[in-house]
Design a protein. Structure first.
Length: 301
């Protein structure tokens, strides 16, 4: 009886200590939201437009087309003493209209990441994070005679959390190691399974797959080589402990290169490379190159 009482007391004290830590964290987040002194924020929006036209007797051949693309990125990072709170959002969308075809999208991405950190020393720290990946509109497979719906908003959508250690030797590079990283895969459109039997890993008849026991590696490298050239690199690896094998480990690499021509005109190259056996047994990739207008604002004087 005495051992049982002691065990119960220890459990109560442990729960109280966790509750106190969470309460302190909430207080710090509330303070950070109100305090603008320690914030580093930036927002940019870019637009590009491409058009090509050919007469019916143009002997060199060609297809008349109109294309429009947009990109919006933002960050809001807070740092005070050992505490930090980093937030990043990336939105991309593009449309293309080729002669003889209906309007199609050429790009579609929603990415959001939020991380709370606490420094151990100059290079290492604890962190807790949450990131979300999805798209805005329906996606179709145009390889057949008729377009086939293969994705839509929140179908799929990936919400991944992470708890672990972060290595950040400088402002350019960061590496997160999260041995505890539950992931939630949403499939709110239940008709997609008719066209995509794998259903992005979500069991048939369900709209949510939960992977509680998993590991995540998250790496970012943001390098400004000059005032006119910037590279942003992001790599994510996700491994489910329950189905752990080399072919079941997910990989995603996002690359953006921005070269400024004038103050408001830039060339932007984007590339996304994905390996996820729940989507496809091969490597998926997309890339885009655009010339357009980029406008950026930040809170730096």
């Amino acid at each position: 009886m005495k051992k049982l009482f002691t065990l119960c007391l220890l459990l109560v004290l442990y729960q109280l200590s966790i509750a106190q830590d969470i309460e302190e964290l909430v207080e710090q987040l509330e303070e950070a939201a109100k305090d603008t002194t320690y914030w580093d924020s930036e927002f940019s929006v870019g637009l590009n437009f491409n058009q090509a036209a050919f007469s019916g007797n143009w002997k060199a051949g060609g297809v008349s087309s109109i294309a429009f693309g947009s990109i919006a990125t933002g960050k809001a990072n807070y740092a005070k003493d050992k505490f930090s709170w980093d937030n990043q959002v990336e939105l991309m969308y593009g449309l293309v209209k080729n002669e003889g075809q209906e309007l199609r999208k050429s790009n579609d991405r929603i990415f959001f990441d939020s991380k709370v950190g606490y420094k151990i020393n100059d290079k290492w720290g604890y962190f807790a994070s949450l990131n979300y990946i999805s798209q805005f509109t329906d996606g179709f497979d145009y390889s057949g005679d008729e377009p086939i719906l293969i994705s839509s908003f929140f179908a799929p959508a990936f919400l991944t959390s992470g708890f672990g250690l972060e290595y950040k030797p400088n402002d350019e590079f960061a590496l997160r190691l999260a041995p505890i990283s539950p992931r939630f895969t949403f499939m709110t459109n239940t008709e997609i399974i008719n066209n995509v039997p794998e259903n992005y890993g979500v069991p048939a008849g369900q709209t949510l797959r939960t992977e509680w026991l998993a590991f995540q590696l998250f790496m970012t490298w943001n390098k400004q080589f000059s005032d006119n050239l910037t590279l942003n690199l992001r790599y994510q690896m996700f491994a489910n402990y329950e189905t752990l094998a080399p072919e079941t480990i997910d990989h995603r690499l996002d690359l953006t290169i921005i070269a400024k021509i004038t103050k408001f005109v830039d060339v932007t190259f984007t590339s996304i490379n994905v390996y996820d056996i729940d989507m496809d047994s091969g490597i998926q990739f997309s890339q885009g190159l655009a010339l357009g207008i980029l406008y950026k604002v930040n809170n730096k004087k």
